[in-house]
Unconditional design. Structure first.
Length: 169
């Protein structure tokens, strides 16, 4: 979901149907007043025999970034990839996007997802700004957990990802 105070119109970029879970996990919109392109994306958590789809699918946001690079653009979402992940889990793809000029707006600390079983914390939610946008600051926010007892317990139906908030002028 992408929400804005400005009127939105659907953009032309669509994710390839590499896997049944892919098309519904990408949305390109353009904010009409500012012309800002927003590409919202969730990399499915491919597991087992579907794992090779992750590398194949990463080619799409990288190509989309080439198209959007010279415009006012934001690519944001759950990439299911953390900085410093190995190339086998596509950590090099985050680096490739940043090395192509996109600004990786990553909070200085914190995490966006926590595996409750293994108590590991990961930064897998990201925001990238095109080179023509000014630098930004980002934070992972977990304050929503204080609104209900079930949220703190991490029960089903409660978001298991932090809010990733980026601000720029």
């Amino acid at each position: 979901m992408i929400a804005s105070r400005q009127r939105l119109r659907r953009g032309e970029l669509t994710a390839p149907p590499l896997h049944k879970s892919v098309p519904s996990n990408a949305l390109h919109v353009i904010l009409e007043d500012s012309g800002l392109n927003v590409l919202g994306f969730r990399m499915p958590a491919f597991e087992n025999e579907d794992r090779p789809f992750k590398r194949d699918l990463w080619q799409w946001p990288l190509k989309a970034a080439e198209i959007l690079r010279t415009d006012l653009s934001v690519i944001a979402g759950d990439f299911n990839t953390a900085p410093r992940d190995s190339p086998t889990t596509c950590g090099d793809c985050l680096e490739q996007l940043a090395s192509s000029g996109w600004q990786h707006v990553l909070p200085n600390s914190g995490f966006s997802w926590k595996d409750a079983r293994h108590v590991t914390e990961h930064q897998i939610d990201h925001i990238f700004l095109s080179p023509v946008l000014p630098p930004a600051h980002a934070d992972y926010l977990w304050g929503f957990r204080s609104v209900a007892a079930d949220a703190a317990a991490g029960k089903v139906g409660i978001p298991d990802h932090a809010i990733l908030l980026a601000t720029y002028e």
